[in-house]
Write a protein that binds this ligand. Structure first.
Ligand code: ADP
Ligand code: MG
Ligand code: MG
Length: 255
């Protein structure tokens, strides 16, 4: 069973001028079978945390550690992290013009599994997962994310999750831009996947809405680049009422 252990993580973003420290000492342990919600205001560093775990080159770990089952994640390349069982559904999924969804998924599955999936099984697997996520079969031949709506992109992130079967899944604002129906489809997909009890989920979100569909075991409030409070699902309900003003000192501007 997988354990992701983040200890006193400090991360700076590499910019054109001086590097800027964004994460200021994050401690978090996620075990298989657990869902941790990371909630916080915009700009608090939630995506930076997800990028640092995934190995994005713009985000430099200046101190602290990330271990997956005791292995040093920071020593691994981006590919090695994926093979080790880390998965990141990005807040802003990238478009890959000229690469079809089906080719992309097959290449990713081959890389993660270490061998090409058998064609017959694979076709069935992909069709089944697409049906469950209410994705039209025609999407298989479309370029990755090109011209996809926000909701379509997020469904495809969950399609990848279902097919790549990571040990630790980081879902960065998978709920943003979803209408009520898409939110249900995406949440059902995550719930089906976590029902195995074999995956640890880090669910990053700004809003409590998705937590009504995906009940977290733990809720962590993220502000100013660190976790400032942790609790159970009841903490999310309190945040819904009170917002983040208590942690930021700023009233949030909602649009
Ligand atoms: P959140 O996901 O919580 O909204 P982010 O991790 O995206 O927060 O951003 C945290 C802070 O780091 C913000 O002030 C943001 O402007 C800054 N930041 C993140 N990525 C970059 C980048 N590539 N270049 C410059 N600043 C960045
Ligand atoms: Mg943000
Ligand atoms: Mg973000």
């Amino acid at each position: 069973m997988a354990t992701l252990e983040i200890k006193d993580l400090h991360v700076s973003v590499v910019t054109d001028d001086a590097p800027k420290e964004i994460l200021k000492g994050v401690d978090l342990t996620i075990e298989a079978g657990q869902t941790h919600a990371i909630m916080g205001p915009n700009g608090s560093g939630k995506s930076t945390l997800s990028y640092a775990i995934a190995g994005h080159p713009k985000y430099e770990v200046t101190s602290g550690s990330i271990l997956l089952d005791g292995e040093d994640v920071l020593e691994m390349s981006v590919d090695e992290r994926a093979r080790a069982g880390l998965f990141l559904a990005m807040q802003y999924p990238v478009e890959v013009p000229g690469v079809s969804m089906s080719n992309f998924l097959r290449t990713a599955a081959t890389a993660v599994r270490g061998e090409a999936p058998q064609v017959r099984h694979w076709v069935k697997e992909v069709k089944g997962a697409m049906t469950e996520l209410e994705i039209d079969p025609s999407f298989a031949e479309r370029s990755v994310n090109e011209g996809f709506s926000g909701g379509e992109k997020k469904r495809h992130e969950i399609l990848q999750l279902a097919l790549l079967k990571p040990k630790i899944a980081i879902l960065d604002e998978t709920d943003s831009g979803l209408d009520v129906d898409a939110l249900r489809v995406v949440s059902d997909g995550v719930n089906r996947y976590r029902a195995s009890g074999e995956v640890g989920v880090m669910l990053i979100t700004h809003y409590t809405r998705i937590l009504k569909h995906i009940t977290p075991d733990f809720v962590h409030v993220f502000a100013g680049g660190r976790i400032v409070e942790s609790g159970g699902a009841e903490l999310a309900a309190r945040l819904e009422d009170e917002g983040y003003v208590k942690y930021t000192g700023k009233q949030e501007v909602t649009s």
